[in-house]
Design a protein around this ligand. Sequence first.
Ligand code: BES
Ligand code: MN
Ligand code: ZN
Length: 487
Amino acid sequence: MKIQFLGAAELPSAPLIVHLVDQDAIPADMETALVEGAKRARFTGKAGQVFDGFVERSGTVVRVALAGLGEASAKDRRSNVERAGGAIVARFLTSGETALTIDGSGVSLTAQEAAGALLGAVLRGWRYDTYRTKLADDARPTLEDITFVGAPEGTEALWQVEQAIVQGVSLTRELVTEPANIIYPESFVERCKARMEGAGLKLRVLDEAEMRGLGMGALLGVAQGSVRPARILVMEWLGGANGEKPVAFVGKGVTFDTGGISIKPAAGMEDMKWDMGGAGAVAGTMLALALRKAKANVIGVCGLVENMPDGNAQRPGDVVTSMSGQTIEVINTDAEGRLVLCDALTFVQREYAPARIVDLATLTGAIIVSLAHEYAGMFSNDDALVADLNAAGDATGERLWRMPMGPAYDKMIDSPIADIRNVGPRSGGSITAAQFLLRFIENGTPWAHLDIAGTVWTDKPGATWEKGASGFGVRLLDRFVRDTLEG
Ligand code: BES
Ligand code: MN
Ligand code: ZN
């Protein structure tokens, strides 16, 4: 999508004009057909409502639309405006129209809010049609250009920043959408390298020999059933003060999760191509931070493996030794995410001594039972970190709900033969998964685990996304970095 800006006086004779309007404020100076039409269609200007009609102006037929922003005084004005931008694109993306003009001169918006309209618009227009060779003509996206007329001063500069977010979210969605025959550990790394070229990130890749050298027996135990070798991808962005401890983001990157020998049922197993959504979010966030030159020190780590059943796969009951030195009894090979994350967590602590750690993982089906698809589960050893993440979640709409932790849950993963077992009883499955991870956090480092199994993939379109990969996590973590590290 190409975005341009024009001054309010320059409203061109565009074939499609979309006026932004506040609730109950339909402009009365338009043609009666539009004013009456909007009323008849029950358009009131609620956030996300779009009305469109055709009128004749000096001999040509013009399409004129109204997009509602909701109450002008709403406290979530910015997210309403994003929603409006998304609704405009949802309406016109495959409409046959190739260009539209958004007219913001009739409403009062801050530059921040106006930039949000464009963010919503562009994010809502993201699709991945790479493998669709027979898309019907009338289902093909046509909209290419958006011109914003009458945006408040400063919108264009803020849009430059938002574009970094667009790039990050798009990378995440792409990685999540790609099937597992295309994105596996090595190709995940290659795709990131290609997309991050020139952004200024320093990339480090660990292969299996290096991981073996570091003693990552837990991660490698998961990988050993696959012909695809595992990788760890490290992305360093040091845009902050020299020598200041970084924040670390760690992502689960299981590029396909069959369950391993504890194999999953066939129905719905295709969903497990997006079991790398945590790693995808970390990669997208790092790209966004680099593109907008964030004044912060951030390390991104993706633990990348494929979990397959095979003659060489690990068995239930196997005992593996993690990089931390702790031994793990692998009761269920389908609880593989925590085995990948524990070594990635130890690695990032030993190598970078981060001030704070946030991991993201499609870790448990149980979190979907708890929270459905509305919130990601948050587990943490640090109230201040929880508060910061909650603030970022509220600001971006990528919401988090804190879940309990404690010694009683920790006891449930003691093993009779090793230091720890990789699953507890059926109940409290998301919590015992988090307790498992906590055993790998050293020196009380503030840490939060986000279980994003319910938010990475959506079955229906929303305000700023098509159905499919949501890109969850990028906006959240970017906002977290802005508000906690960049002042
Ligand atoms: N990747 C799955 C969790 C998952 C399930 C994500 C559904 C998204 C949708 C994870 O590796 C897994 O298999 N977890 C098991 C844990 C169990 C064996 C303790 C689960 O949730 O069933
Ligand atoms: Mn699994
Ligand atoms: Zn998994």
